[in-house]
Design a protein around this ligand. Structure first.
Ligand SMILES: [Ca+2]
Length: 613
């Protein structure tokens, strides 16, 4: 089917050249990529969750669900790969803008934004005759040459940073910016509509772009990049209390029920175990009801945000059916990383006395029990519910354990065979999306840009797999690699090695653990280290890690995350804005306190230089 479309397109181009048929119709499929933000692996009904997600579940029933789909453990890194087909350390997101270690600064791949060596799939599709639309979150650069319009999207409505209030541009998680920057069709915009709600407006804009582009008779590539259910947990008022007391029983029972349903559905194999509860989390039986109710209410709002997104996705599907384009659209749904179990305010705002903390305290002070979920509040679900969202896996976002990097993937559309199947065999990666879209559209990835070599695509096209001609684009010798803030992993066939600090994550260089080996087919929850039983297999994957470092220019920093973050907490020069910084005349006092703390952290960092490589 797909190959016949490509053949038809070649014939179309020849006819166009020969006879100048300016209005000959281009029947290549539309491509719609829908990305959820921080949605856990098992939240959707079709993946075993108790959430009501009928639009995505129907897509799964008509299309294919994949259970071995991989992303990076965080937003920007994943997005750089999905748009370019190259590893994030090649595409410029070796680390985040504000967290680049001193020994990686200025090195290629560590720009902190999507660099100009790589070419996006949007640019290639635009040049290949597609209309290209983006709506939602970008997180890949702020400057005029880094925004969606400059990177291949003809039309856009974009939140540039990684997160913001869902009802306004009143703050973003880039604390040094007074408000969240947005662009529309390549222009920075000053004001959002009064009735703005992220998920609704992003859907509206995508529908608007498709509708206004119809007269051109071109296929479209749409990148609908939701910010749901990323923190802050916020949802319109009439959705706020839908699951008010649903989760009062706590996380234990919900995790177990999910795991049971996942087995019934065939998302996980019958004979595997789920991850043990993280050691620092309490059993729900030991907690007083008020604590459970408060924590459950947050998860109820997270659920509402997800279900609201599903409703909006349904509205978009209905629109595509109305205009007769649904059946000619390849639809891909993914989450960009695992569920969020960290406290973003704490991570980014630092400790009392720092500039960001004061900004956060003033702007998100409304965290009263009965206000959570409304405009101006900031709440996240926390690690216990994040691990529930990640059932059956270990850990969550920001970690290279499966809970951080395995995500739901649903595909449906023209050329997709095997409706309703759950594919447990194929090992897939978010870098595969770009080559898949290019092959479907019959468009080539360029070798050169402005006289410079363009990094080759590292992902593998799924077209043959979607057509049912092969089971997986990866064979037993193909591996995938990860490095994120010092955490490392390789997946190859049934096997995975990870190298993470204790208790998890590289908290302190002296405590960086050695490589651990897991058989993911038997133990997807990474509970049993098999290093002693299979030392040769472990060594084989360590060699693959070394290849990965070389192939993708990964820099293993001498600095650990805490040291880099401590540097970041030093006051930055910031522009003067109304209401920012909200320090009420305490600037000088804070500056001195920060300098003192910064010196101390730097001294300790320098002392520790000789540790792990
Ligand atoms: Ca994310």
């Amino acid at each position: 089917m797909v190959k016949s479309i490509i053949r038809w397109y070649v014939a179309f181009c020849l006819l166009f050249i020969m006879f100048g048929f300016a209005h000959a119709r281009d029947n290549r499929p539309n491509i719609l990529l829908i990305v959820a933000d921080d949605l856990g692996y098992s939240d959707l009904g079709s993946y075993g969750g108790e959430f009501n997600t009928p639009s995505l579940d129907k897509l799964a029933d008509e299309g294919i669900r994949y259970t071995n789909f991989y992303v990076s453990p965080a937003c920007a890194t994943t997005r750089s790969m999905l748009l370019t087909g190259t590893d994030n350390h090649v595409a410029g997101l070796g680390s985040f803008e504000n967290f680049i270690p001193p020994d990686a600064q200025g090195k290629p791949g560590y720009e902190g934004w999507m660099n100009h060596r790589v070419v996006t799939v949007a640019s290639s599709l635009r040049d290949g005759g597609y209309s290209t639309y983006m709506s939602g979150k970008w997180h890949l650069g702020y400057e005029p040459d880094q925004i969606p319009r400059a990177r291949g999207f003809e039309r856009d409505f974009t939140l540039l940073p990684g997160a913001a209030d869902h009802f306004s541009d009143g703050w973003s998680n880039e604390w040094h910016r007074a408000k969240a920057p947005y662009t529309e069709d390549g222009k920075f915009i000053d004001k959002l509509p009064e009735d703005f709600y992220s998920t609704k407006n992003y859907t509206d804009k995508m529908i608007k772009f498709i509708e206004e582009g119809r007269k051109e008779d071109k296929p479209f590539f749409g990148f609908l990049s939701y910010t749901a259910p990323h923190g802050p947990l916020q949802v319109p008022k009439d959705w706020l209390r839908r699951y008010k007391n649903t989760y009062d029983m706590g996380w234990d029972a919900v995790r177990h029920a999910r795991f049971k349903r996942m087995k019934e559905l065939g998302i996980v194999a019958e004979d595997v175990e789920q991850a043990q509860q993280l050691f620092f989390l309490p059993r729900t039986t030991g907690l007083i009801p008020a604590v459970l109710t408060l924590s459950g209410r947050k998860f109820g709002i997270y659920r509402s945000m997800t279900e609201y997104m599903d409703m909006e996705i349904g509205r978009l599907f209905d629109y595509l059916k109305e205009i007769g384009q649904y059946d000619n659209t390849l639809i891909v749904f993914i989450s960009d990383n695992g569920a969020e179990g960290n406290d973003e305010v704490q991570i980014l705002a630092g400790r009392p006395g720092t500039q960001g903390y004061l900004h956060a305290a003033r702007n998100f002070a409304e965290s009263h029990f009965n206000r959570i979920g409304m405009r101006g509040t900031f709440a996240e679900v926390g690690p216990a519910w994040a691990q529930t969202s990640s059932t059956p896996f270990r850990l969550f976002k920001a970690h290279v354990a499966e809970g951080g990097i395995r995500a739901p993937l649903i595909v449906n559309g023209p050329g997709v065979t095997g409706k309703g199947e759950i594919n447990n065999k194929a090992i897939l990666h978010v870098m595969d999306l770009a080559p898949t879209f290019l092959e479907l559209a019959g468009v080539r990835h360029p070798d050169k840009k402005n006289g410079q070599e363009v990094p080759p695509i590292q992902g593998k096209s799924w077209v043959s797999m979607l057509e049912g001609e092969e089971k997986s684009p990866r064979g037993p010798d193909d591996w995938l690699g990860w490095e994120f803030f010092g955490e490392r992993a390789i997946r190859k066939g049934d096997w995975k090695i990870t190298r993470m600090g204790q208790p998890f994550g590289v908290q302190n260089r002296q405590e960086v653990a050695d490589w651990k080996l897991y058989n993911l087919t038997k133990d997807p929850a990474e509970q049993l280290d098999l290093s002693d039983q299979y030392p040769k297999k472990r060594q084989e994957l360590i060699v693959n890690w070394e290849e990965y470092v070389k192939q993708s220019n990964v820099i293993i920093s001498k600095w650990n995350t805490m040291e880099i973050m401590s540097r970041k907490a030093l006051p930055d020069p910031y522009p003067e804005h109304d209401n920012f910084p909200p320090t009420y005349g305490a600037e000088e006092m804070i500056r001195k306190a920060m300098e003192k703390r910064g010196e101390e952290m730097m001294r300790r960092a320098i002392e520790n230089q000789g540790g792990d490589k």
